[in-house]
Design a protein around this ligand. Structure first.
Ligand code: C5P
Length: 294
């Protein structure tokens, strides 16, 4: 039986404006220094508490999203509900409906955002009463990007990605997302990174300064992602797609997270649309979106 109370959320995608991999850790994860930035491409998440003990997730793809829906036990929303239930100490029931507009396994953090939304909603609906730090701790058990997704906006992330410091950022920048229908799996990209020479050390200070100054041109010039050589090794066509984004007029371009999405920064919406028209043939789908403050 379903209870009437429902929490509806929109969970945003993110890009990493800066992503430095500092090295592999003894636990197999990688030590990061990364600047996350929320963008206005969002999934709809509706969460209800149910009387039973089961967590049901109904995940649907929006018409323009092509991809394979993950099995329930691999779905981060299901995993998030399970972790929160374990933390609450009693098995609880929930019905979760997700409409995906963010492509899956695309480097845009869509699944992590869904998991964060589920944690926030069920903390309330199940009356678990976790404070923000405790909720972020559970989020970190679900996935490295999930603690960031609870806050959204712009943040510096260190450790596995779960240590966060909020950053000031220009009110809005415009992004052109070049989407591929063929997923890239994060663990495979990190495994490929392990086989490469360690990258040159680059710090995030200049990027943080450019964000604080509210200068999108400077932000675009400083985009950096240490996962690019690994991802481009696995999917050589991505380098050419990044080059095409710049040739079409983007102020700067980079791989989103572990890819395969390539994004560019535009001066405004009209500039973003003109880049999108030029690169339409290079990608399976192109989307133009502004920043999202939270
Ligand atoms: O934390 P999450 O489950 O999202 O990470 C997916 C995979 O990405 C991990 O299994 C790991 O291989 C890799 N990863 C990593 N270092 C990080 C984050 C992710 O090696 N900081």
């Amino acid at each position: 039986m379903r209870s009437a109370a429902a929490v509806r959320l929109r969970t945003n995608a993110k890009v990493n404006l800066f992503l430095r991999v500092r090295g592999r850790r003894p636990d197999g994860y990688h030590e990061l220094e990364s600047v996350f930035h929320g963008i206005a491409l969002a999934d709809d998440v509706e969460v209800r508490a149910t009387a039973g003990h089961d967590v049901e997730v109904d995940l649907r793809l929006a018409d323009d999203v092509i991809g394979e829906v993950p099995a329930p036990h691999e779905n981060l929303a299901t995993i998030a509900a399970g972790r929160l239930s374990a933390r609450a100490g009693t098995k609880r029931g929930a019905a979760i409906a997700i409409l995906k507009r963010i492509p899956l396994a695309a480097g845009l953090g869509g699944g992590s955002g869904n998991a964060a939304g589920v944690l926030v909603a069920l903390n309330e609906l199940w009356q678990v009463g976790l404070g923000s730090d405790e909720l972020k701790q559970v989020a970190g058990e679900v996935g490295s990007d999930v603690p960031y997704c609870i806050e959204g906006g712009t943040a510096l992330a260190t450790a596995r990605g779960e240590h966060l410091t909020a950053l000031p950022s220009p009110a809005s920048m415009w992004f052109v997302l070049g989407i591929s229908n063929h997923p890239l799996y994060t663990r495979e990209v990190y495994a490929a990174w392990d086989d490469l020479e360690p990258p040159e050390e680059v710090g995030s200070a200049a990027m943080i300064f450019a964000l604080g100054a509210g200068d999108p041109g400077e932000v675009a010039a400083l985009l950096h992602n240490d996962l690019e050589p690994a991802a481009f090794g696995l999917r050589p066509e991505l380098q050419a797609k990044k080059d095409a984004m710049v040739a079409a007029g983007a102020l700067g371009a980079a791989l989103a997270g572990s890819g395969p999405t390539v994004y560019g920064i535009a001066t405004d919406r009209a500039h973003g649309e003109s880049i999108a028209t030029r690169i339409a043939g290079d990608f399976d789908r192109v989307v133009v979106v502004p920043s999202s403050p939270h």
